[in-house]
Ligand binder design. Structure first.
Ligand code: PLP
Length: 427
């Protein structure tokens, strides 16, 4: 695979940008080698600066659910930007966006736009703390909620694959306030709440864990957490930055029929522009400034161009059958990969939710973070590179979920499976 130009760019970047990248997982540290630099993207494909084309299963880490450079999204952005890039006063698109989110997510009676998922989760725990007057929060092993100080405690994803159990620069006094539970363990949650439930402001969870590969909740697990939070006056926060608008139009909360107190969003609602949002119960959200005392603000929050990209994307995914088709594609891909591995005699399994999936070099089933960690990551890394050589870009870490878009059709899936059949036999 030709990579002269990417190599030159990466060499220059390494001098100027920490690790040569603006977000750690892009550096390929986990899988080895050097990242390729994108030139453009269209539909299911990424094109790099050396002229290589890849079927893209990262989708900018989630936002590109309708495929890259969708004409309707680009048109909305082009139309909107001609009227100006930022106003610093309210605009109609922000009201339209708030109406869209609250309509799609009935648990969100009010919503506030921010600029990233990280900002959304930081703000949500501030609301939980401000509203309850408590300081402790609970998170789950393997879940990632952005890079806020309170969350960089045994985090998964980039932090885990970089081998940092938590980050220097996070004060111990703050980390102490974050309690960590094993995901999908009913008894551990019950025990913790029995002990300190009355001190816990908020419990935040990825309802489907997409940052420790892709782990689905056990039957009744999210309901169990809902009941514990209700009983102990703890704010239940669903971090749906990844799952929101993806695993169902109404996210994991719709898929599993759970009503969280607060939710966080990002990725898809920006359609590829920098966006986040948090919303939930009116009595909680009404405590956010300026209607209440809990402070949170943003110069570019509700940016018109970002709102236009997000709204155009929401329009596309509200089409009848959109998520059913996404789910069928995900199954076809994962079933095909499992069959190819079986033929090659490779221990391999997948997990899936509509539009997202996890790949594991081990026998199934995978139900916990411990199960996910027991995947043969060296083998995954060889598979990753073998697929890349054959024009398929998977997430460059054994601990990141893969993403499908509506642009991943029969041709792209066939191409992927043909590549996988070769790759599996060369591991
Ligand atoms: C990506 C992600 C975040 C962080 O969002 P950013 O926009 O990268 O700050 C938070 N939570 C989850 C579940 C995510 O997948």
């Amino acid at each position: 695979m030709k990579n002269d130009r990417s190599h030159d760019l990466f060499t220059r970047a390494l001098e100027l940008i920490p690790g040569g990248v603006n977000s750690p997982v892009r550096a390929f540290k986990s899988v080895g080698g050097e990242p390729f630099f994108a030139a453009r993207a269209e539909g299911a494909y990424l094109f790099d600066v050396d002229g290589n084309r890849f079927v893209d299963y990262v989708g900018s880490w989630g936002p590109m659910i309708a495929g890259h450079a969708h004409p309707q999204v680009l048109d909305a952005v082009a139309r909107t930007m001609r009227d100006g890039l930022s106003f610093g006063v309210p605009s109609a698109l922000e009201v339209t966006m708030a109406e869209a989110i609250t309509q799609i997510m009935p648990s969100c009676e009010m919503v506030r736009m921010v600029n990233s998922g990280t900002e959304a989760t930081l703000s949500a725990i501030r609301v939980a703390r401000g509203a309850t007057g408590r300081t402790r929060i609970v998170k789950f092993e393997g879940c990632y909620h952005g890079h806020g100080d309170s969350f960089l405690v045994k985090a998964g994803s980039g932090v885990m694959t970089l081998g940092l159990p938590n980050s220097p620069g996070v004060p111990a006094a703050l980390a102490d306030l974050t309690l960590t539970l094993p995901y999908n363990d009913f008894d551990a949650a019950t025990k913790l709440f029995d002990e300190v439930g009355g001190e816990i402001a908020g419990l935040i969870i990825e309802p489907i864990v997409g940052n420790a590969n892709c782990i689905l909740p056990r039957d009744g697990y999210l309901q169990h957490l809902r009941e514990l939070c209700t009983r102990h006056g703890t704010v239940l926060i669903f971090d749906e930055v990844m799952t929101g608008f993806r695993v169902a139009l109404g996210g994991a909360q719709q898929l599993y029929g759970i009503t969280p107190d607060l939710s966080t969003f990002g990725k898809i609602i920006g359609g590829g522009m920098p966006v986040g949002a948090y919303g939930g119960r009116r009595d909680l959200m009404a405590q956010v400034a300026p209607s209440g005392p809990i402070y949170q603000a943003g110069t570019l929050s509700g940016n018109p161009v970002a709102m236009a990209a997000g709204l155009a994307t929401l329009d596309l995914i509200r089409a009848p059958g959109f998520h059913a088709a996404l789910e069928r594609g995900t199954h076809r891909l994962c079933d095909g990969l499992e069959a190819a591995a079986r033929e090659a005699g490779i221990a391999f399994t997948t997990t899936r939710a509509p539009g997202m999936f996890g790949l594991y070099f081990r026998e199934g089933p995978v139900k916990t973070f411990e199960d996910a960690k027991a995947s043969d990551t060296a083998r995954f890394n060889r598979f990753f590179h073998a697929m890349l050589e054959r024009g398929v870009y998977l997430a460059p870490s054994a601990f990141e979920a893969g993403f499908m878009s509506s642009a991943h059709g029969d041709a792209e899936i066939a191409l992927t499976l043909a590549a996988a059949r070769e790759a599996f036999t060369n591991l």
